[in-house]
Design a protein around this ligand. Structure first.
Ligand code: FAD
Length: 554
């Protein structure tokens, strides 16, 4: 049976309690997943523990770009831009179906933003720092060319620039890295909350965990414990009584999702807003999403939601940029909100804080990593594992980091051309059942070559059922067998992204999918009812923004 099957949970749990690990990682976001892959592939016996679902935290709530962070140039963070900029090409090579090239349009206006020449030089520096291939380097555009790229823009646009970025799905990237780590021997468990640490001679020697599904408490022994708990890093430092010196500064970022026909941008666009910030509008499937806000946050970390002010701020931004559209609150069909776990710097506003990662070590041996970006996860992981290897496993002949060469199971494509050919082959097959090309693209961009497994399952069951439902059930089967989902939110949220990008489909099929879960996961009537209730609350929270604003806008 697959290491990542939900049905394997009991076995994983008993192995976790019975073994002595070299490294225990707390947190199954992109940072934890990256560390697990790096450590396991170098030869460390590794376990990763996540208190919710994998990628439940910030790693399913980002702008979903693998980017160098153009705006960090404005803050003179050349090192950060160089590192994450160069990572883009590596990640595209590792997972061409999941890290997809996306040209970004930057419109230029009189007396707004950096102006033509500074933008031209800035983007050139950006390309050079990131080592972008000549054919992909930035191109400055005349007014006419800019309007041709994006006819929705106002005619007072002075010109523009087009430059290379990549888009991804953050939660899918996290889960694929986690699965690859498991292939290299790492163990991983979701819905397992680290409540405390084990100590021996004043040094951490493991963690005390509570299984969130059964309520059972258990311990895991390990020589080194790394906390990659994102926004929760300081909470664990408090448990370890080591929260001194630097601390986290959480800022909230919100995205809203609109039907593509309401915001029909021809391509991804990055534009200035009145308050000096910059906003993305990114087409994806049948929608366009817009983000992000950046506000100080002090509310609950476990329930971060979009407020009315957040949604209004983003709507105003798009309506100012594209006045002909007259977008209204009712046009928003979904949203998500996440927290940036940044390092506090006295006197700096939310937007001015550095996005650089930092490592803290406590006197009892807890290693915590915070800050950073989705894009830079591989290098962050390398730094942490280098530190662990040097300090604790000097006597072992561990390999050097080689995660830049480890392809994910889902990405057995030599290049992006092969991905496109595969999408087209899948479409040829699916169109016989009435599906559009968008469905083929959705499947391949989410699941890569694992689409074959899903379609085999679909073929086996589609005879007497609505094809759309059949396909969804086949995806569900796959996620239970291979991706450790435990319920509806994991499936509709982090494995398929449907809550964000096709919420109508979630509403249409939630009962049938809940029934299928009931039979595949052995749910009782009560369990099914409570899963549906939680899903309904989630649907309500991403569509309704009447909650109080707990954050402070800068
Ligand atoms: P998380 O993803 O939050 O993972 C931490 C995990 O630890 C959580 O899943 C949590 O449940 C778990 N955990 C906490 N406490 C415990 C415990 N006691 N026991 C067990 N588990 C625990 N970066 C980019 O490169 N590109 C972008 O486009 C981009 N856009 C962004 C937009 C927004 C709005 C935000 C907020 C961030 C964005 N970022 C982007 C940054 C990026 O998303 C984050 O840097 C990254 O996701 C952080 O990942 P993480 O693994 O460190 O934290």
């Amino acid at each position: 049976m697959n290491e990542f099957s939900f049905h394997n949970r009991e076995k994983i749990l008993s192995e976790l309690t019975a073994s002595q690990f070299d490294l225990i990682i707390i947190g199954g976001g992109i940072t934890g997943a990256g560390i697990a892959l790096d450590a396991a592939s170098r030869g460390l016996k590794t376990a990763l523990i996540e208190k919710n679902d994998f990628a439940f935290g910030t790693s399913s709530r980002s702008t979903k770009l693998i980017h160098g962070g153009l705006r960090y140039l404005k803050q003179f963070e050349f090192g950060l831009v160089k590192e994450v900029g160069s990572e883009r090409a590596i990640l595209h090579k590792l997972a061409p179906h999941l890290v997809v090239p996306e040209k970004m349009l930057l419109p230029l206006y009189e007396k707004k933003g950096l102006g033509y020449w500074l933008t031209s030089i800035g983007l050139k520096v950006y390309d050079l720092l990131a080592g972008v291939k000549p054919e992909d380097q930035r191109r400055m555009l005349t007014k006419l060319q800019t309007l041709k790229y994006e006819p929705l823009l106002q005619h007072d646009v002075k010109g523009g620039a087009i430059y290379a970025e990549y888009r991804t799905d953050d939660a899918r990237l996290t889960i694929e890295i986690m699965k690859t780590a498991a292939q290299h021997g790492s163990m991983a468990l979701n819905y397992a909350d680290v409540k405390d640490f084990l100590y021996s001679n004043n040094t951490i020697s493991g963690v005390k965990v509570e299984d969130q599904l059964s309520g059972r408490a258990f311990s895991i022994n390990g020589k080194v414990v790394v906390s990659a708990a994102g926004p929760w890093v300081d909470e664990l430092r408090e448990v370890n009584k080591s929260k001194q010196g630097k601390r986290l500064h959480l800022t909230k970022g919100v995205h809203i999702v609109l039907p593509r026909e309401k915001l029909p941008v021809a391509q991804a666009i990055y534009f200035d807003v009145e308050d000096g910030r910059m906003i993305f509008a990114i087409p994806r499937g049948r929608t366009t999403y817009v983000g992000t806000t950046d506000t100080n946050y002090e509310g609950s970390k476990d329930n971060v939601v979009t407020s009315h002010d957040d949604a209004q701020y983003l709507l105003n931004a798009v309506n100012t940029m594209f006045p002909s559209l007259h977008l209204k609150m009712e046009d928003i069909e979904s949203s998500w909100a996440g927290l940036r776990p940044l390092i506090h710097e006295e006197g700096k506003s939310a937007s001015e804080l550095s996005r650089k990662d930092e490592i803290f070590e406590s006197s009892t041996g807890l290693i915590s990593i915070a800050g950073g970006k989705l894009t830079g996860y591989r290098k962050m992981a390398e730094r942490v594992v280098n530190l662990v290897a040097k300090k604790y496993f000097n006597d072992r002949d561990l390999k050097e980091c080689f995660t830049d060469k480890i392809k994910f199971e889902a990405s057995e494509f030599a290049n992006f051309k092969e991905v496109k050919q595969y999408i087209s082959a899948i479409f040829q097959k699916l169109k016989l059942s009435g599906f559009s090309e968008l469905t083929a693209r959705y499947l391949v961009e989410n699941f890569g070559i694992q689409t074959d497994l899903i379609l085999k399952q679909y073929d086996a069951r589609s005879a007497h059922e609505n094809p759309e439902l059949s396909l969804l059930k086949a995806e569900l089967w796959f996620c239970i067998q291979y991706e450790m989902i435990t319920g509806l939110q994991d499936f509709f949220g982090r494995r398929t992204g449907l809550i964000n990008f096709d919420i109508h489909r979630v509403i249409k099929w939630k009962l049938e999918i809940a029934n299928e879960c009931k039979s595949l996961l052995n749910w009782s009537e009560d369990k099914m009812a409570s899963e549906l209730k939680v899903l309904d609350e989630l649907i309500h929270s991403v569509q309704n923004f009447n909650v109080e604003t707990l954050d402070t806008r800068q």
